[in-house]
Design a protein around this ligand. Structure first.
Ligand SMILES: Cc1cc2nc3c(=O)[nH]c(=O)nc-3n(C[C@H](O)[C@H](O)[C@H](O)COP(=O)(O)O)c2cc1C
Length: 326
């Protein structure tokens, strides 16, 4: 798949997830084969740009190209400014969030709430595309609620504005994360629109990624929650799409190596205090489904030093390996 001048290595995209897709996680998913990894969103409220959190979100040092930054907001002028600001700081693709139902975003009429107001959508897209030289992409849901699925109409607006790819999460804003994603709307947008389409929602396995691509005709698939604690899912899907074969899940030792490297990258990126806290949710995801995982999570959540967290993680994997050998 091609976005502007960037030819992606494959058709696999890591979904933007606030609080999850920081630089260490994006790097990890790209290492395992994600062709594109969208950063956490940056608010268009310039008052927040100096905050430590926003500065971290704009930190792309050493990141595999292309570097994509998502922006969110509802004011065309501020969105254009936010896009320029991020491009000056290294963003190579700007992604606009009209797909997130978070209250924080929707209350100010941004994220997926914008889908209700097509005129404002047009103004925002025009303003952002005009403001920057780099490609601009858009992420939406299928509509406002099941009675108002206006993804096609938004796709037409996006096409006219010069948007270069459109990611569609197969749920409406009203659906939040309930029920199952539907792919019919994504398929009809793909049929009617000339934009590269990225299908998103509930993709959890190589087979299911393949099915969604076949059914929708989408140019790429975007994976969010299924990559939490399983960054190797990109390697599995890439392999399946190329060969039709399934790779085995990583064994304990490989999982340990991946996890320890991830934790060390989090500590280096955030420092000890925040790094240990951010690491807790990743540790929980990695250990889910493993024997004794629940007890390990309870214990490790009480530790607040790098040394303690690493020691407990090693002990957990030592236990798993010993059990296997017994
Ligand atoms: C924790 C979390 C944070 C998210 N943050 C964002 C965000 O900042 N911007 C956005 O466009 N979507 C956001 N999303 C939505 C995801 O990008 C994606 O559309 C959704 O999770 C469906 O894909 P999945 O079924 O593969 O997880 C978030 C989702 C989760 C679970």
């Amino acid at each position: 798949m091609q976005i502007g001048p960037y030819k992606l290595r494959n058709q696999l995209v890591l979904a933007p997830m606030a609080g999850v897709t920081d630089r260490p996680f994006r790097q990890l998913c790209k290492k395992f084969g994600a062709g594109l990894a969208v950063s956490e969103m940056v608010s268009c409220n310039s008052a927040l740009w100096g905050s430590r959190q926003t500065l971290r979100r704009m930190d792309h040092e050493g990141e595999v190209e292309p570097r994509t930054v998502q922006i969110a907001g509802a004011d065309p002028v501020l969105m254009a400014q936010a896009a320029r600001f991020n491009v000056e700081r290294g963003a190579q693709i700007i992604d606009i969030n009209m797909g997130c139902p978070a209250r924080k975003v929707c209350n100010v009429m941004a994220g997926s709430a914008l889908l209700q107001n097509e005129d404002l959508v047009r103004k925002i897209l025009d303003a952002v595309v005009t403001a920057v030289e780099v490609p601009v992409t858009l992420k939406i849901r299928t509509g406002w609620d099941p009675e108002h699925r206006n993804a096609l109409s938004i796709a037409k607006i996006a096409e006219q504005a010069g948007i270069q790819a459109l990611a569609i999460h197969g749920r409406t804003r009203a659906c939040a994360y309930k029920g199952e994603a539907e792919y019919e709307t994504i398929r009809s947008v793909k049929q009617e629109s000339s934009l590269p389409i990225i299908a998103n929602g509930d993709i959890t396995s190589p087979e299911n990624a393949h099915e969604v691509m076949e059914f929708t005709g989408a140019d790429a698939v975007m994976i969010g929650r299924a990559a939490q604690g399983r960054p190797w899912i990109f390697r599995e899907i890439e392999h399946y799409l190329a060969t039709g074969g399934l790779l085995p899940e990583p064994g304990f030792e490989e999982t340990r190596t991946i996890m320890i490297e991830h934790l060390n990258n989090l500590y280096a990126f955030y420092g000890e205090y925040t790094g240990v806290r951010v690491a807790r949710k990743h540790i929980a995801w990695y250990s889910k489904g493993h024997h004794n995982g629940a007890g390990f999570r309870q214990r490790v959540n009480r530790v607040d030093t790098v040394d303690g967290q690493l020691r407990m993680t090693h002990a957990f994997f030592d236990g798993l390996t010993q059990e296997m050998a017994a």
